[in-house]
Ligand binder design. Structure first.
Ligand code: GDP
Length: 459
């Protein structure tokens, strides 16, 4: 495609004080740039040292020593970018790192753009686009499953599936083209039937991948969860228990609308994005507490509804109304206050609402483990296997899969309408290209810039 040969530099670790900071230099002149700023006791130059070694020395600006460092040397093509790369491990002071970066620029490098190292890895053929995107996802992963699915994509799981599909498609295109060129030797008799047989499993595979994107989104962003229940059922108490779980990492993110707050909870690697409608957690004033109506409105967009029922009181019209409204959604009923005398039983609720009911007590903090398992069962059939399953977690990739599927459907239509064979190859070719968008084998420069622009600095 387009070859970059200039040498770039950036601070690849965070811009906060830490034990170690890394300034990364990559490009044709990486070693020459590093030589200008590096001093070894022995007086040797980095460019005389073997690849894949670590050298101890100092970074100096003229006669001024800036820091004591370890330098990692990786010669092309055996580096992340597939270019000559030097990584300077310095002390992680923000000032020290900045000085070293400035010195790298003074010595002939230019400042890297966000994501430029990864972009080069892609442009130099070290990784495909799905792997490059997985790099961003690994960096941004905020739970165990998100990390696992990104790493699997980084290792090439998506690439492998897409490549196999593309190969099958291009084989058919080539066959059609050859037959049209050489009708004497290659016959297209009964070919449409054979092609139809080939397309069916491809479509199934695409459909499976597209379906995985729904889960993929939840893996990445968390399951959007709304807690509903009549006043005093124990919603805030339960939310507090969930948030207070020792293993829960709590972050508060301002919600999309002014009066919602999203609390993120990690349960055994699954993220719940709890939409705390108008702060049910904060207010003790019943009048001010969220009305059932409002919570139900939020519930419409939720992936999961936690309906809190009060075991110590009878079901009232609020309960009936809630149950009626949430019938079509994914719901888990938390039958709370099981520590008190039970007036409303599990069976009573099940008679009205056919959903899992879990007896809990916010007061005694019991039943929460079962909730966790139920959530996993509901969303991931109890497990997520990353060994052979490929998860699409990326909406750009999903859109490309959908477009490819559409093209294959058009091929089927052409077959059904007994169109001439070159019609098949046009749509097969567009499916081929749509899939190429995922791996980056057929993408334009704009898209590439757009994708890599989303990276953080130094990656
Ligand atoms: P909300 O209006 O649904 O948010 O309900 P709250 O969480 O504010 O709880 C209402 C009242 O029920 C409070 O006095 C809580 O202490 C009490 N409560 C909540 N959960 C339990 C429970 O599991 N057992 C008992 N005994 N009381 C509870």
């Amino acid at each position: 495609m387009f070859m970059n040969t200039d040498t770039i530099a950036a601070i690849s670790t965070g811009m906060t004080s830490s034990g170690i900071g890394i300034v990364r230099i990559s490009g044709t002149d990486a070693f020459a740039v590093a030589d200008r700023m590096y001093r070894a006791k022995s007086g040797k130059r980095l460019s005389d040292m073997p690849s894949h070694t670590i050298q101890y020395g100092f970074i100096a600006d003229g006669s001024e020593i800036i820091d004591e460092v370890l330098v990692m040397l990786m010669r092309a093509p055996r580096s992340f970018t597939a270019e000559d790369t030097v990584e300077i491990n310095c002390h992680g002071g923000v000032y020290a790192m900045k000085r070293i970066l400035e010195l790298a620029v003074k010595s002939g490098a230019r400042l890297a753009e966000p994501g430029e190292f990864t972009k080069r890895a892609f442009l130099n053929g070290r990784i495909d686009l799905s792997q490059a995107e997985a790099v961003i996802d690994v960096i941004q992963a905020k739970n165990e499953y998100a990390l696992k699915s990104s790493v699997s994509q980084l290792k090439g799981s998506v690439l492998k599936v897409i490549r196999a599909l593309r190969e099958k498609i291009i084989y058919e295109v080539a066959f059609i083209e050859s037959a049209l060129d050489d009708p004497e030797h290659i016959s297209l008799d009964e070919y449409p039937e054979r092609l139809q047989e080939q397309i069916r499993p491809m479509k199934e595979e695409l459909e499976k991948l597209i379906a995985s994107a729904e889960n993929g989104k939840r893996i990445r962003e968390g399951i959007r969860t709304v807690i509903v229940g009549k006043p005093n059922a124990g919603k805030s108490s339960l939310l507090n228990v969930l948030l207070g779980e020792e293993r829960a990492i709590v972050t508060e993110i301002a919600g999309t609308t002014r009066d919602t707050l999203e609390e993120e909870i990690q349960i055994h690697g699954v993220s719940l994005q709890i939409i705390d409608t108008a702060g049910i957690r904060d207010t003790q004033d019943t009048v001010e507490k969220i009305g059932v109506e409002k919570a139900l409105a939020y519930a419409e967009d939720a992936d999961l509804i936690l309906y809190v029922a009060d075991a110590a009181t009878g079901l009232d019209e609020n309960d009936i109304r809630i149950m009626d409204k949430i019938r079509e959604k994914k719901v888990i009923v938390l039958l709370n206050k099981m520590d008190l005398e039970v007036v409303t039983s599990e069976e009573q609720i099940r008679e009205i609402l056919n959903k899992p009911v879990i007896p809990v007590s916010a007061k005694e903090e019991s039943g929460i483990d079962i909730l966790e398992n139920t959530i996993k069962e509901m969303f991931y059939e109890g497990k997520i296997s990353f060994n052979d399953e490929v998860y699409i977690t990326n909406m750009r990739q999903k859109a490309a899969l959908e477009a490819a599927l559409e093209s294959l459907c058009r091929v089927e239509e052409s077959i059904a309408m007994q169109m001439p064979e070159d019609f098949f190859s046009i749509d097969l070719m567009s499916a081929y290209e749509e899939l190429g968008n995922i791996t980056g084998e057929s993408v334009g420069e704009d898209l590439i810039n757009e994708i890599f622009g989303r990276f953080c600095m130094g990656k």
